[in-house]
Ligand binder design. Structure first.
Ligand code: GDG
Length: 458
């Protein structure tokens, strides 16, 4: 098996600290099986930046190799182009996107610098797998340095239709450069189709068989590889002592009331204000739930250096305050909103104590929370997933109650259905989703991607 080099903005951790995300766990497992390098940003800003020494840690099979960036790199590449231009555009939010040549040059520069630092570490038999919107042009930079190894790319977030993407002034250049990869993976068939539409309509290439293009005599595959979680591992976490302690604590506190759970980084793509309003609507339209149903929202802050993120945080605090002020009773608080984070084990225990997962992003590549909730449930008495049609997960989690997150009435009605769903129906829906999540887990996802990458080069 060839050695694998994974490239992503943040790397590691290699050990399950209880905090690592599902993606980190999946990549560690894959890397451990093949042996290899995980390459990316150290998380540090320094004066030497990408010209400083490579930092190395890791174990016998996997080395984590990272480098710093300068303050200007961080501002222009990471905060700037990646999170102020690409993130909003790819989440269909042209109203929030900043278009600035300086940011884009920073993005290009950091990609070129990172590729140049990786170049000497690449050996002829290596397979390279680049991740996410921070590194769209990374493959093209490597090709320009005569790297002929198989290089794949996976996009974790949505890929919008050409009508939206074309608003990005450099969209055509960006997509053309992506064709340097051998395989380009997306979360859903719709994202992959949007990409192929851009290539045919804006770059005038003709789509060939098997969702591929012929680019300078090379086959480039653009296809969906829906990401999975380590389902068995997460299910096990839900039965650990730490998880059980949280489940018991919560169940005692709830005393027979039902809990709806939301878990999201604070981000405008997650539809959190809309979610709070939908919950308020549930209490207005179905008053029998007052005093009996609460919403717990876990919302660790992210990217707080950006105004759009600070704004949403204060909006949420105000909304939760208003709704609680309006409906709370001596022994019941409608919304419990927490910006602290939990360990993965605790989170698994919290999912287990909840009757409903309310997953209502306005746009999401996949959404792992929906899958984690399912993995953590008790088979004999499972909860219900209320899921946005705009989450990538909706494509494969068909037994969830699918909602339009913009419609407060619609979401409230589905919550009411979920709260009153008979046990038989809950079990049937859960079992179908659980089986599918176990079958299409994180290991299956990386295997499918890497097999396609190997085949594309044959
Ligand atoms: C991007 C795409 C795609 C959250 N709070 C805590 C905590 N989390 C964990 C969750 C979950 C992860 O963070 C969030 O993953 P999502 O998939 O929901 O969303 P993004 O962070 O936006 O991820 C997304 C994903 O990439 C993978 O391809 O699904 O669409 O946007 O695992 O559990 N974990 C812990 N404590 C918390 O308080 N330990």
């Amino acid at each position: 098996m060839s050695r694998l080099i994974v490239v992503s903005n943040r790397v590691g951790p290699l050990k399950d600290t209880g905090r690592a995300g599902g993606l980190a766990v999946a990549l560690v497992d894959t890397l451990t099986a093949t042996g290899g390098i995980w390459f990316g940003w150290s998380g540090e800003v320094s004066e030497e930046g990408t010209f400083g020494n490579l930092k190395r840690e890791g174990n016998r099979k996997v080395s984590l190799v990272t480098l710093d960036m300068t303050q200007a790199d961080h501002d222009e590449f990471y905060v700037g182009f990646a999170n102020e231009s690409l993130w909003p555009v790819l989440h269909y939010r042209l109203d929030l996107a900043a278009f600035d040549r300086r940011l884009e040059e920073g993005y290009r520069r950091v990609n070129a610098r990172f590729a140049a630092r990786l170049r000497p570490l690449i050996e002829p038999g290596d397979t390279i797998w680049v991740h996410d919107y921070h590194f769209f042009p990374f493959g093209a930079e490597l090709r320009a340095m005569e790297v002929n190894n198989p290089i794949g790319f996976f996009l974790h977030i949505p890929f919008p239709p050409p009508e939206v993407l074309a608003a990005l002034p450099s969209a055509a250049t960006m997509v053309r450069r992506m064709l340097a990869y051998d395989v380009i993976g997306f979360q859903t068939t719709r994202d992959a189709a949007n990409f192929r539409r851009f290539v045919t309509e804006e770059l005038d290439l003709v789509e060939g068989a098997d969702e591929s293009f012929l680019v300078d005599g090379r086959k480039v595959v653009a296809r969906a590889f829906p990401i999975g979680i380590d389902a068995a591992g997460f299910a096990r976490q839900a039965t650990t002592v730490e998880a059980r302690r949280q489940t018991h604590r919560l169940e005692k506190l709830l005393a027979g009331r039902q809990q709806i759970i939301g878990v999201d980084r604070i981000d405008y793509s997650k539809g959190l204000p809309q979610r709070f309003r939908a919950f308020e609507r549930l209490l207005e339209d179905y008053p029998e739930n007052r005093g009996h149903v609460s919403l717990m929202q876990v919302a660790p802050p992210s990217r707080s250096e950006l105004d759009a993120y600070a704004d949403i945080r204060s909006e949420l605090e105000e909304l939760a305050g208003n709704i609680n002020g309006r409906f709370a009773d001596l022994d019941w608080t409608p919304i419990r909103y927490m910006t602290r984070g939990f360990t993965r084990r605790s989170l698994a225990g919290i999912y287990r104590a909840s009757r409903i997962a309310l997953v209502t992003p306005l746009r999401d590549g996949m959404n792992l929370v929906a899958k984690e909730f399912v993995a953590a449930q008790r088979a004999e008495d499972p909860g219900v997933v209320v899921l946005s049609r705009f989450a990538g997960a909706a494509e494969t989690m068909r037994e969830a109650l699918i909602v339009n997150p913009y419609s407060a009435e619609g979401v409230a009605a589905s919550l009411q259905t979920a709260l009153n769903m008979p046990l038989d129906e809950r079990r049937d829906r859960w079992q179908a989703m659980f089986d599918r999540i176990c079958e299409n887990d994180a290991a299956a996802w990386s295997r499918a991607f890497l097999d396609t990458l190997a085949a594309a080069r044959r």
